[in-house]
Design a protein around this ligand. Structure first.
Ligand code: FE2
Length: 331
């Protein structure tokens, strides 16, 4: 009964919040100010699609023209100024909207795109925009693979790295990020910088509450027992960390997850088979979403309530895809 009342209360607050945002946006439109729109993704009600209108893009570029990518790499506080500038051109509505979505368990993810073509270097603009979005939600963690608060990497037809991250012809299995580091990884941001000769390669997403076998693994005796996690040399993270797959519950007692197949290091047969069956179940889950991310768009999700992966590509000699990634904790 209490759970039902809680759910009604949460749904009520979400509806009111959406009405507030809708009314504010309608007002903005009337006044001709910079704006954005929010709607559910065609394939799933949890995933929200946010579109920044061209006037927002222009106003954001005007407001940040004094700063370049090097400046925000060198001065961490400038990244917050960039975020504040974007929120300001959206009348202070974008930051609250993003936080409502990402922290609402029923949603927890958005696909953000923009209208219009940015002036100047498009890649630099994408770094600025992704930095604004990440700093409206929280603070990016240092990316030790790339030595910055963000990473840019390219997927090509042939790759000889030591994980599936850049291997095109494989499906990258569903996982959470940050399993082998000590710091919290509350959110993941993945932006499509550019792509050529791509066929396939959609982002894969599964909400923890939509995984039909979840409770079989959550209620298992190993569900809350520590597992050892490590990483290959390319990740530049030494040492091991220990935590359960279901490492915490949210404020309503629902499980948050921290799982990845490649970096779990089971120490006995029982752990090995538990994790193996978990991986098999996740890969067979029918509720997994396949989401196309256009160039310039970014997918941002709550890292402990959504698992993510990537579908395989069709082989092509000229295949090339550049991605930008930021992972961080809520502030
Ligand atoms: Fe990942």
């Amino acid at each position: 009964m209490l759970t039902l009342m809680n759910n009604v209360d949460i749904i009520g607050r979400v509806i009111i919040r959406h009405l507030e945002i809708f009314m504010s946006l309608a007002l903005l439109k009337d006044e001709g100010s910079a704006s954005f729109t929010v709607k559910s993704h065609d394939s799933n009600n949890r995933l929200q699609v946010i579109t920044l209108h061209e006037d927002s893009l222009r106003a954001f570029q005007d407001a940040t023209q004094a700063w370049d990518v090097q400046a925000i790499e060198y001065k961490p506080f400038l990244r917050f100024a960039v975020a504040a500038a974007l929120d300001q051109v959206c009348a202070g509505l974008l930051g609250p909207c993003l936080n409502d979505i990402i922290k609402n368990r029923e949603q927890g993810a958005f696909l953000l795109d923009y209208q219009g073509i940015p002036s100047g270097d498009k890649a630099d603009f994408n770094v600025m925009l992704s930095t604004a979005i990440s700093h409206l939600i929280g603070v990016p963690n240092f990316d030790s693979m790339h030595g910055k608060f963000y990473a840019r990497f390219t997927v090509r037809n042939v790759d000889n790295s030591d994980s599936y991250l850049r291997q095109a012809h494989r499906r990258m299995e569903l996982h959470n990020d940050g399993t082998y580091v000590d710091e919290r990884t509350d959110f993941v941001l993945m932006m499509k910088m550019k792509e050529k000769n791509m066929e396939g390669g959609n982002s894969l997403m599964l909400h923890v509450d939509d995984w039909q076998d979840r409770d079989t693994f959550y209620d298992h005796p190993l569900g809350k027992k520590d597992i050892q996690w490590g990483s290959p040399p390319s990740k530049q993270v030494a040492g091991k960390v220990f935590h359960p797959v279901f490492f915490e519950e949210d404020e309503n007692g629902k499980p948050n997850m921290l799982f990845i197949d490649q970096f779990a290091e089971p120490q006995n047969m029982q752990q090995g088979l538990y994790l193996h069956k978990m991986g098999e179940s996740l890969e067979q889950e029918q509720n997994c979403l396949s989401v196309a991310v256009p160039e310039g768009a970014m997918l941002v999700m709550h890292n402990h309530r959504w698992l993510h992966g990537r579908d395989k590509f069709i082989a092509h000699d000229g295949l090339e895809r550049e991605l930008l990634r930021q992972r961080g904790h809520f502030s």
